[in-house]
Design a protein around this ligand. Structure first.
Ligand code: CA
Ligand code: CA
Ligand code: CA
Ligand code: CA
Length: 372
């Protein structure tokens, strides 16, 4: 072959490998590690794809659910777009509101927060644009969000804010916000209000060894769970009186071969005695691990969300679980997950979204397959 032919073949090969590389990332989402997971459910519904990001952007990240106290069927899914805001959807997945308030990463909700004279549902998210926490009050009329003024929530961490959750000490009705960083830092704020303004006071800082993100608080057990992406799930007290952390033995990536890093979103499902679970997104094998919520947090099993009425969920970041009945459609609540590879009905890659699973599907897996 002539020199030029060599060069052209080289270029062609380079181009081909580039194509293959990007295709496997964006469209296919095939994954050898995921083949180990043999239990499946399908999603019942999905949210609209995010409107601003491109299909290649890692954009959707973490959901929360506002349970409408007056009309559960009109509850709302609140999902972060980490490229620029926060979207609010109805349970059919229709986008109702979008707030372009910065690179909001993780979002959480707590009810009955004393704001001045009122009690409100408080939604909050870690904001990587403003390096602090953005807070909202849920408007009960339509589930829209009203941004609240804040003081004292600027992050003192060396790295930018990343994972986030809320927690309530139910003994004293004290509300807390927790933020972490990719350096393993955790900061806890006490949240108070003066008229309409939220005031933050740092009450504890912790330092783990590497990248953290997913967190969830079990208010009734005074426990904060912290996911260290490459290691496993830690727990500590929700209240700031302890700096001890301990690893959930069954979540340790060194021991549990059904988990594949990163450990991402964490969520709690509270279905009553014997049906209380801690869930974790095992991002590396596109699955969700189920643990008993009660100590020692025994591992029950893992499942994936496969293609069904809507496409499968892959490479999930944030998750949320709701155990309250959301009308006839979801009598045992829902499980909501971010989908890393969203596809339209023809299989074409489109911007990311959130998948909604009827909890009954997961409950029957747990009762019939995992607990046998
Ligand atoms: Ca992602
Ligand atoms: Ca969340
Ligand atoms: Ca992450
Ligand atoms: Ca998908």
């Amino acid at each position: 072959m002539k020199k030029t032919t060599y060069f052209v073949s080289f270029l062609a090969l380079l181009f081909l490998s580039f194509l293959l590389g990007s295709c496997s990332r964006v469209s296919e989402g095939s994954n050898k590690a995921a083949e180990k997971i043999k239990l499946f459910v399908t999603a019942t519904a999905q949210t609209e794809a995010l409107k601003n990001p491109s299909p290649k952007d890692d954009a959707a990240d973490d959901p929360a659910v506002w349970i409408n106290p007056n009309d559960v069927e009109n509850s709302r899914i609140i999902g972060t777009d980490k490229t620029g805001g926060l979207a609010v959807y109805n349970l059919d997945g229709k986008e109702l509101f979008y707030y372009p308030d910065g690179r909001l990463n993780n979002v959480d909700i707590r009810y009955d927060f004393p704001l001045g004279e009122k009690k409100v549902a408080l939604v909050a998210a870690s904001n990587r644009s403003t390096k602090d926490i953005t807070f909202y009050q849920v408007e009960e009329t339509d589930g829209s969000l009203r941004k609240l003024p804040t003081v004292g929530f600027e992050s003192p961490m060396k790295k930018n804010v990343y994972g986030f959750c809320l927690g309530v000490d139910t003994l004293t009705n004290t509300f807390y916000a927790y933020v972490n960083s990719k350096l393993g830092e955790v900061v806890q704020w006490k949240i108070q209000s003066e008229a309409d303004t939220l005031k933050g006071e740092i009450v504890r800082t912790l330092k783990l060894s590497s990248k953290l993100e997913g967190m969830v608080a079990d208010d009734t057990a005074n426990t904060l769970f912290i996911g260290e992406e490459g290691k496993g799930i830690w727990k500590t007290t929700l209240t700031p009186n302890s700096s001890e952390v301990s690893m959930l033995a069954d979540s340790d990536l060194k021991n549990n071969t059904m988990l594949e890093e990163d450990i991402e979103g964490l969520a709690i499902y509270r279905g009553g005695e014997g049906k209380n679970y801690l869930l974790a997104s095992s991002q590396g094998n596109y699955s969700y691990a189920v643990f008993e919520l009660v100590a020692p947090h025994r591992y029950i099993g893992s499942f994936r969300i496969k293609d069904g009425r809507v496409d499968a969920a892959e490479e999930t970041d944030g998750i949320e679980a709701v155990s309250v009945a959301l009308g006839e459609k979801y009598p045992q609540g829902i499980f909501v997950v971010q989908d890393g590879f969203n596809k339209d009905a023809k299989g074409k890659a489109i911007p990311q979204n959130f998948k909604i699973v009827d909890w009954r599907n997961i409950d029957s897996l747990i009762q019939n397959r995992m607990k046998k």
